[in-house]
Design a protein around this ligand. Structure first.
Ligand code: HGY
Ligand code: MN
Ligand code: MN
Length: 408
């Protein structure tokens, strides 16, 4: 591969990594100004490659590179444009940039693909604004049977309100993919784990993506005076929440590979001399197996109910979103693995503990994923990092896959 292609990819990672809603940290959330800017920059890169671009009102962008045979179904590539809060610059962005670089690599090698390629930058995969993941990729499906987003954002706005007031409506189109629209979706992503680094491997294919539940837990006690209320008369929502949070850790620790995370907590009234009346928690629980996840949620719910009743607290247990585990398509993954082996000699395949847009797209098409190594497995952190050599390998594997892609 022409070294200039890798240099361009590295420069683009820096460019996108500098487009943020918050100075000094990388944060791009659903329909934010930085998300719009990043989408426009990516559309320019797509157009430089000769792609026809479009976007939807939710901020998802697409570039189409036609094939030599217009009767062929398109291959979808892509990843997400949004980030978590104070994020790393590879999660999401690298998948879009590497796909552009792989297409550039094929063009420089004079390879014209028979089938069209539709490259996506999904607007919201992390679900930071509404705590419900995959808004972007759900938005391109003809029949998104997913649950309605009941959540409001931090300002109390609903998804519909935000779409109507902040949506990218000018020149927007509606993407509508169903089982007949594409021959599959392939995404390159950093592993966000330590296995590749410990195995000394630069890349692997992905066998499955774990089941994931996102919940909103609210504990309601009674505010009172911090100085005059004896300890045995308190209905302290925050100490109740603390016991619940430790219960998550206890239950998850005793049954790996179950993982449970309380990522956010909001307390009111929020005065240092007032006993907390309300504690609102987010709860993220994951397991490779659907029934194991279901059992863990039942156990956690029972434990929270016991804590709340013992502490005379009201408990609200709200499941915001649940996505079952999915298996990556064996045929598509087999072809991606053949390219991985051609380029690196490896046949490694790993399950993903992180969620990805392929979870949604697998409802309408075969999906496959390529992981590349990231330093210390660190992700959702500003020190997230992938070596240029591993990124080059990822681009080469993707280009090799596109070149050799055969229909089942
Ligand atoms: O949370 C996840 O697994 C992904 O980063 N959205
Ligand atoms: Mn991601
Ligand atoms: Mn992520």
């Amino acid at each position: 591969m022409n070294p200039a292609i890798l240099q361009q990819a590295l420069a683009r990672i820096e460019t996108l990594g500098a487009i943020s809603d918050t100075p000094g940290a990388l944060t791009r959330t659903f329909l934010s100004p930085a998300s719009r800017k990043a989408a426009e920059v990516v559309m320019n890169w797509m157009e430089e490659l000769g792609m026809t671009t479009a976007h939807d009102a939710g901020g998802t962008v697409r570039g189409i590179l036609p094939g030599t045979d217009p009767t062929r179904q398109p291959m979808l590539l892509g990843s997400h444009l949004d980030t978590v809060i104070d994020a790393g610059k590879y999660d999401g962005a690298l998948g879009i940039i590497a796909a552009l670089s792989a297409l550039e690599h094929l063009r420089e090698d004079g390879v014209q693909l028979a089938y069209p390629v539709h490259l996506f930058g999904f607007s919201d995969e992390e679900g930071v604004r509404f705590q419900s993941t995959y808004l972007g990729s759900r938005g391109i499906l003809a029949d998104d049977a997913g649950e309605t987003i009941i959540h409001r954002d931090a300002e109390g706005r609903t998804l519909d309100e935000v779409l109507s007031t902040e949506g990218w409506h000018e020149d927007a189109i509606e993407f509508s993919y169903d089982a007949s629209s594409s021959s599959g979706y392939v995404e390159l992503h950093i592993e966000q784990g330590r296995v590749l680094e410990e195995a000394g491997e630069p890349a692997c294919v992905v066998s499955a993506i774990c089941a994931q539940a996102r919940l909103r837990i609210t504990l309601v006690g009674m505010a009172d005076h911090a100085g005059t209320t004896p300890m045995d008369l308190r209905r302290d929502a925050l100490t109740g929440a603390a016991e619940c949070i430790l219960a998550v850790e206890k239950i998850a620790r005793k049954s790996p590979p179950l993982v449970g995370t309380v990522g956010m907590i909001r307390v009111s009234p929020g005065a240092s001399n007032a006993i907390p009346q309300i504690a609102e928690l987010t709860l993220d629980v994951r397991h490779p197996d659907d029934s194991a996840l279901g059992n863990a949620l039942l156990e956690l719910h029972r434990e929270f109910l016991e804590i709340a009743s013992r502490r005379q607290l009201d408990l609200q247990w709200l499941e915001v979103q649940k996505n079952g585990a999915i298996t990556c398509d064996p045929d598509l993954t087999g072809q991606l693995a053949a390219s991985l082996t051609r380029i690196t000699g490896s046949k490694l395949s790993l399950p993903s503990g992180a969620g990805h847009d392929g979870v949604v797209l697998s409802k309408a098409m075969p999906i496959a994923m390529l992981f590349i190594r990231c330093r210390a497995g660190l992700s959702h952190h500003p020190d997230e990092y992938a070596e240029p050599g591993d990124i080059a390998i990822g681009i080469n594997v993707l280009a090799d896959f596109l070149k050799h892609r055969t229909l089942p």
